[in-house]
Write a protein that binds this ligand. Structure first.
Ligand SMILES: [Zn+2]
Length: 213
């Protein structure tokens, strides 16, 4: 008989496997379609999938460590390492968005239309909120903040998918080429905050000021 905790960890593993599978599809299709359609926004969406893939991969490892019956110390160590990798991934994502948005604004390039890209973004926009919710829920149940932070990666992905859709449609209809870049920048604050929280978690800092109360 598996304990409740062990069952939740198993569920977490399944969610991460589904998530990783989808990230591979997303990266391949978005980068491929982005190159074919000369769409920076689409290629950027695919590059983001690779960052998410790294976060998903470390979480899968962390959950396997726990499900293989490792000691509490080993699990805690894995949890910290996972938090660190997810935190760094989130910060990399934020830097990436700033650079890409700057490049978009500088070169005045918006989202070019690609039907395949649009279909992919719609699929991600529907799948990712579901995965994010599942990761956050299981993360809370098994006491893994790293898994919760990975759930934030997933919701950022959903948000990027919907901005991509809106950006593609509005650029095609109204010529609002700057919209995608601005929407991306609006996300940066949120991503940096999540990233810093995950890194603090990894370093075992409970308090933001680092002093004792
Ligand atoms: Zn994504």
């Amino acid at each position: 008989m598996l304990s409740v905790q062990a069952m939740q960890v198993k569920k977490g593993i399944n969610i991460e496997i589904v998530s990783i599978f989808w990230m591979i599809v997303e990266a391949a299709v978005a980068i491929g379609a982005g190159i074919v359609a000369h769409s920076l926004a689409l290629t950027a969406f695919g590059a983001d999938s690779i960052i998410e893939l790294v976060a998903g991969g470390i979480l899968l490892w962390r959950l396997y460590v726990e499900s293989n019956g490792a000691s509490i110390e080993r699990v805690e160590q894995a949890e910290k390492r996972a938090s660190w990798v997810v935190g760094v991934s989130l910060l990399a994502l934020a830097i990436y968005i700033v650079v890409m948005a700057g490049y978009d604004l500088w070169t005045r390039s918006g989202s070019e239309t690609s039907m395949l890209g649009l279909a992919l973004a719609v699929a991600s926009g529907i799948i990712m909120p579901y995965l994010s919710r599942a990761k956050k829920k299981i993360g809370t149940q098994i006491g893994s903040k790293a898994l919760r932070a990975d759930g934030s990666c997933s919701i950022v992905c959903a948000y990027m998918a919907w901005t991509l859709i809106v950006g593609l449609v509005l650029t095609a209809c109204l010529g609002w080429w700057w919209l995608n870049a601005l929407a991306g920048l609006a996300l940066v604050y949120f991503i940096v905050k999540e990233g810093i929280e995950a890194i603090q978690e990894a370093r075992g800092v409970e308090d933001a000021c680092g002093c004792c109360h």
